[in-house]
Ligand binder design. Sequence first.
Ligand SMILES: Nc1ncnc2c1ncn2[C@@H]1O[C@H](COP(=O)(O)OP(=O)(O)OP(=O)(O)O)[C@@H](O)[C@H]1O
Length: 252
Amino acid sequence: MVAVMQANNSRLRLHDLQLAQSGRMVIEHLDGRFLDGAITALIGANGAGKSTLIQAIMGELRPVGGKVICDVPKERRAWLPQQLALDLTFPMSVEELIMTGTWPSHGALKGYCAAHYRQGREIMARLGISHLAHRPLGELSGGQRQRALIGRTLMQGAELLLLDEPFANVDIETVDVLIDVFHDMAKDGATLVVVLHDMEQLSRLADEVLMLAGGHGRWASPKEILGRYAGQPAKAPRLPLTFPDSIHVGSA
Ligand SMILES: Nc1ncnc2c1ncn2[C@@H]1O[C@H](COP(=O)(O)OP(=O)(O)OP(=O)(O)O)[C@@H](O)[C@H]1O
């Protein structure tokens, strides 16, 4: 567990960040910081650049200008793509998947000690999947699979967790369990960045919001965003392609 940070601390900062895909600019001159011990919702219309920003934070996409400054060690960073992007057909059980969370810091070849197995069992109990420990991943429901994947990030002791639509294809009970787990991770000092499209989930989860539109980013409080989009269907808010003037613009 990491120590709880002061609210104004940040181990993840963006400085004049400019990102492109295949030579086309996607994000221009983005500044700001993600608070430690907080959950930031990353929102924007399809194609606004949410996944592009996450790729850059993970170091998988080189900025064309500016930089991402991340003080979280690589072995404590976790990135969970959209479920559809994952191939979970390989023969591995839930427990085996969760234990791989030790690999980034412990290595893949050393094997596991009793303490690792104990921790793995505690994590499965916390996520309500103890009964699935020996179930192959390919035989899980969407919600069960998502709990197992989050279990792996807990085993890793992730201090920076990037999640791309973590509640897509997930049952309501799993949403409740995962929201509690994410809040607990933030309380322990982790930095969470969550791509969301659902305003109800945003209201339950987010401490702050980064909205992307038209190549630019705006920082806002959940209250401001919810005030503006409250009247829209929770599942399909029409997020703007450009910014409404009344959204407060935060600073780095
Ligand atoms: N590998 C790629 N090659 C070329 N263009 C890309 C690539 N990946 C993304 N893009 C383009 O970059 C822009 C931003 O895409 P990105 O996937 O970051 O958006 P997003 O906000 O995550 O969208 P969605 O909500 O649909 O997941 C889009 O115009 C997209 O077509």
